[in-house]
Design a protein around this ligand. Structure first.
Ligand code: 3PG
Ligand code: MG
Length: 417
């Protein structure tokens, strides 16, 4: 790795200011905010244990949700401090601010191995604005900076970017944590020279979200399997009709050029040959935003090239599921990002779960499988298959931006070796 990591720095007795991504899904239960999925907290434990073992005095900073500079109590990190204490098996102090006197006083009395979590850094607008004065205030309690927040590394914010500059100005090292290092290894180095065949599965709603990733992977992959609503824009590009399916009509040209590039490079680029379709029917109800709610009725398999006018594609079909499974079982490297259908509805989760199972099967027979965060991770966990893959990213937006080949600001800000 071109950047310093926690292995390279001396932290004994030093105040280590560490950015983590504790932006975890929460839900209100009996007036209390409870954490639905603690994966992002768990994944930082190795870095924390390592630094505690080396005698660091740890000050953790993170964001939760998008409070837009307001002190929204439902977005407090206090429940996260409790969860972290459980997972670490040691006390975690909490201060209800991220800058100022209270923070500085508490940081000053930390002993070697002590851990302090600061309140949601996005309670200040200056965080997202990457305000240098605010970054300097954050850096006041830092001798060293560690960034383990891969999931937020695509943001150039004060706690992910500006603070590194301030710490460096004072002569402090800025290093990647172990989770950050692992994410960059699997989503970066491991895909540079992948064992072949290298099979990529891409799903999700929009071609526009994924086109840069597709473009880049067309230069590396042997096979690309397309699913999700994105597939319907590709079907349009092939001259088929797609009924009421979700499409981006203005992205048909983009889809066409991806298909041409695939052909020119000899990449096997598969679009679903059949789909599960359903008929959207106005329920007469309105959602929270006042928009009409459509119920998806009478699901069936459509194996014809065109989708009838009254129907909408909601999943890949069974024949496509089998084709994709067969391709995945041949793979030596798999990258998967994005669901194949509306997997939140069990009727339309079949294709996504078929892919999940095939990825796990391929892993059992020796393939390296890398899951690029977000909904695919959710789907794997929902299928109870999360343990069956080589690596699951904790980043959603960050993993996509990184796979596009962008340098992440949170990584760029770290000290070079
Ligand atoms: C995420 O969950 O995507 C990261 O924590 C970043 O959060 P953001 O999308 O609100 O910047
Ligand atoms: Mg995001």
């Amino acid at each position: 790795m071109a950047k310093l990591t926690v292995h390279d720095i001396d932290v004994r007795g030093k105040r280590v200011f560490m950015r983590v991504d504790y932006n975890v899904p929460m839900e209100e239960k009996d007036g209390q905010m409870v954490i639905n999925d603690a994966t992002r907290i768990k994944e930082t434990i190795p870095t924390l244990d390592f630094l505690i073992g080396k005698g660091a005095r740890l000050i953790l900073t993170a964001h939760l949700g998008r409070p837009k500079g307001q002190r929204d109590p439902s977005l407090s990190l206090r429940p996260v401090a409790e969860k972290l204490a459980d997972l670490l098996g040691r006390p975690v102090a909490f201060v209800d601010d991220c800058i100022g006197e209270k923070v500085e006083k508490t940081a000053a009395i930390l002993k070697e191995g002590d851990v302090l979590l600061l309140e949601n850094v996005r309670y200040y607008n200056e965080e997202e604005a990457n305000d240098p004065v605010f970054a300097e205030k954050l850096a006041r309690v830092a001798d060293v900076y560690v960034n383990d927040a891969f999931g937020a590394a695509h943001r150039a914010h004060a706690s992910t970017e500006g603070v590194a500059r301030e710490v460096a100005k004072k002569g402090g090292a800025c290093a990647a944590g172990l989770l950050m290092e692992r994410e960059l290894k699997f989503l970066g180095d491991e895909l540079e020279n992948p064992a072949r065949p290298f099979v990529v599965v891409l799903g999700g709603a929009k071609v526009s979200d994924k086109i840069k990733v597709i473009d880049r992977l067309l230069e590396k992959a042997d096979t690309i399997l397309i699913g999700g609503a994105m597939a319907y824009t590709f079907k349009l590009a092939l001259g088929n009709t797609v009924g009421k399916s979700l499409v981006e009509a203005d992205k048909v040209d983009v889809a066409k050029s991806a298909l041409e590039k695939a052909k020119a490079r000899g990449v096997k680029f598969l679009i679903p040959s059949d789909n599960t379709v359903a008929t959207p029917v106005d329920s007469g109800k309105l959602n929270k935003k006042g928009k009409p709610v459509f119920e998806l009725q009478s699901p069936r398999t459509n194996s014809a090239p065109n989708i009838p006018d009254s129907e909408e594609g909601v999943d890949i079909g069974p024949a496509t599921g089998q084709t994709y499974e067969a391709e995945l079982l041949k793979a030596k490297t798999v990258l998967w990002n994005g669901p194949m259908g509306i997997f939140e509805d069990p009727r339309f989760a079949v294709g996504t779960f078929a892919v999940a199972k095939a990825v796990v099967e391929a892993t059992k027979t020796g393939a390296k499988s890398i899951i690029g965060g977000g909904d695919s991770v959710k789907a794997l966990n929902k299928a109870g298959l999360g343990d069956g893959v080589t690596f699951m990213s904790t980043g959603g937006g960050a993993s996509l931006e990184f796979l596009e080949g962008n340098e992440l600001p949170g990584v760029a800000a770290l000290s070079d070796r």
